[in-house]
Design a protein around this ligand. Structure first.
Ligand SMILES: NC(=O)c1ccc[n+]([C@@H]2O[C@H](COP(=O)([O-])OP(=O)(O)OC[C@H]3O[C@@H](n4cnc5c(N)ncnc54)[C@H](O)[C@@H]3O)[C@@H](O)[C@H]2O)c1
Length: 293
């Protein structure tokens, strides 16, 4: 199947970057959210990022114009009737995703594949909200999607091999390297392994063994990581990380994934990480300042 037009639902941290990748690959993207100001903000961010590449001599202004012209802003999912492929990137909430997939199933043409960028929701459960479970698949990009090389593809129990193959072809067309999990498991491979480490970093902070700065420094220099674990949680979003860890704890019952109470406290305070200006660091300062907990 030749994919021409892709609907990306959710124009947050991930959706905007995914739409950019699609447009950069020469395909048509429709970027949708619940509110047009969110979509506009996302498109402005993409435009700014691309202009930064022009300033570095890596792209021409006309290339930027062409890429931006291939992203159509939208609200809701009406435009799903025109597409071949959907990538859902809304909040990490199984009920919200099931509701959306049930609606998409009604509007999207029968041949369309419905993929979810979920970190830890069950693909089989999301697929159960549709009448096309064989065409529902996990397609997990990493943050930031434009930069990170991996896409992890995950089948649900009823996903067709053909769906996996088409999804792989699309990811490769977007310039990504694919790892397909053999079966469905909460959070797949990379996010699950990472979740344990990120969680441990928050516990170490909560126990007062190190502050934000010491923990990130120790992990960067001691484990050769490009970014400290607390910096990484800020990039992912406290809400997204907490939702993933809760799902892992619930599904696996393994204390390794027991989310630290500090994450709940931060969520309640509106400390969502980079996207809200404050998380483990204060991003309203330049350079960001580690906060005390
Ligand atoms: N942040 C990460 O590092 C990361 C990495 C990989 C995968 N993911 C996954 O990607 C998905 C999105 O994460 P994010 O970080 O971009 O979240 P985000 O909070 O930045 O963005 C989510 C967007 O979805 C929109 N939304 C909510 N309900 C909607 C609906 N019914 N229809 C349309 N739009 C709706 C919100 O308005 C918001 O703009 C989640 O499933 C998350 O687990 C996130």
């Amino acid at each position: 199947m030749q994919i021409q037009k892709v609907l990306v639902v959710g124009a947050g941290v991930m959706g905007g970057g995914i739409a950019q990748l699609i447009a950069q690959a020469g395909l048509q993207a429709i970027l949708s959210d619940i509110d047009e100001t969110i979509v506009k903000k996302s498109l402005d961010k993409t435009q700014k990022g691309l202009e930064g590449r022009v300033a570095k001599g890596k792209m021409t202004p006309s290339e930027v114009e062409q890429i931006m012209s291939r992203i159509t802003p939208s609200v809701g999912i009406e435009k799903a009737e025109e597409i071949d492929f959907v990538i859902e990137a809304i909040i990490e909430d199984i009920e919200a995703k099931k509701k959306l997939f049930a609606e998409l199933d009604k509007v999207a043409p029968p041949h369309a594949i419905l993929a979810s960028n979920t970190t830890s929701c069950s693909i089989t459960e999301i697929a159960s909200a549709t009448n096309r479970p064989e065409k529902v698949v996990g397609m997990h990009f990493f943050n930031p999607p434009v930069v990170m090389k991996l896409v992890e593809i995950m089948p649900g129990l009823r996903t067709d091999p053909e769906t996996l193959e088409i999804t792989k072809e699309l990811a490769e067309k977007l310039g990504k390297t694919v790892v397909t999990t053999r079966t469905e498991g909460p959070a797949g491979i990379a996010s699950r392994v990472l979740a344990g480490m990120l969680n441990e970093a928050v516990w170490v902070l909560a126990e007062g063994i190190g502050g934000v700065e010491e923990i990130d420094k120790a992990m960067k220099l001691g484990s050769n990581l490009p970014m400290g674990p607390l910096e990484l949680i800020d990039l992912i979003g406290i809400d997204v990380h907490l939702a993933k860890t809760k799902t892992l704890y619930e599904k696996l019952g393994d204390p390794r994934y027991r989310p630290c109470y500090l994450l709940e406290k931060m969520l309640k305070a509106g400390y969502l990480g980079r996207k809200s200006g404050k998380g483990f660091y204060d991003y309203t300062q330049d350079p960001p300042v580690p906060l005390k907990f």
